[in-house]
Design a protein around this ligand. Structure first.
Ligand SMILES: Cc1cc2nc3c(=O)[nH]c(=O)nc-3n(C[C@H](O)[C@H](O)[C@H](O)COP(=O)(O)O)c2cc1C
Length: 182
């Protein structure tokens, strides 16, 4: 075993998503995020860990809403682009085309293959990050990629996985675990 300083590297690769924040017709923004997790099924809660210095943090605090967008792995360069510059300096709706959320005012990515629309219900503050816990008010996916019963079409796993910095994985091997055979 080797000792590891950045503990979270053990928890990667993780799916990389695009967080939409702000309010349609006022200010909107997109950023990449991989520290995203389901938290509860009933009520449907999800958590996103957002750097306190990001523009996204400022917008989620202000409007109390956000979206989690799943984009196809073909867009890794774009995901990296919205994850490496701040919306304070650059209009990231030039990277992903925005559309208005259906039930909330935060933007969604027009070409997303899946989207969660969330309303902040609670948060946990750490020094450098806030975990915004959101209630999922809408979950929708492109049926070409997603099956209601089986989930993502993993034969051609569309979800990009983030390892660190500019490092991503794009392919996965789908295996069904044997029953009762450790
Ligand atoms: C693939 C990827 C995943 C990221 N995951 C997170 C994350 O989970 N939380 C976070 O605060 N920043 C994360 N970042 C960094 C932010 O996306 C980055 O700081 C961004 O520039 C913030 O933009 P904003 O100031 O417009 O909100 C990630 C970056 C990349 C490239």
């Amino acid at each position: 075993m080797i000792e590891i300083e950045r503990y979270y590297m053990l928890l990667h690769p993780r799916p990389a998503y695009v967080i939409g924040s702000g309010k349609w017709s006022e200010k909107i923004n997109f950023m990449a995020a991989s520290w995203v997790s389901p938290i509860a099924e009933e009520p449907p809660l999800v958590g996103v860990a957002i750097d306190v210095e990001s523009y996204t943090h400022e917008l989620i605090e202000r409007y109390q809403q956000y979206t989690i967008n799943v984009v196809d792995k073909r867009h890794i360069n774009r995901i990296y682009a919205v994850g490496s510059v701040s919306g304070r300096e650059f209009d990231k709706t030039k990277v992903f085309i925005p559309a208005k959320g259906s039930l909330i005012d935060a933007p969604i990515v027009k070409d997303a293959i899946g989207v969660l629309e969330c309303v902040v219900e609670n948060n946990v503050e750490a020094e450098d990050v806030t975990l915004f816990i959101g209630r999922v008010v809408r979950a929708a996916a492109d049926p070409h990629y997603f099956n209601k019963r089986k989930g993502w079409n993993v034969a051609d796993n569309p979800i990009p996985l983030h390892n660190w910095g500019r490092g991503f994985y794009t392919v996965g091997m789908f295996k069904i675990a044997d029953k009762n055979k450790p």
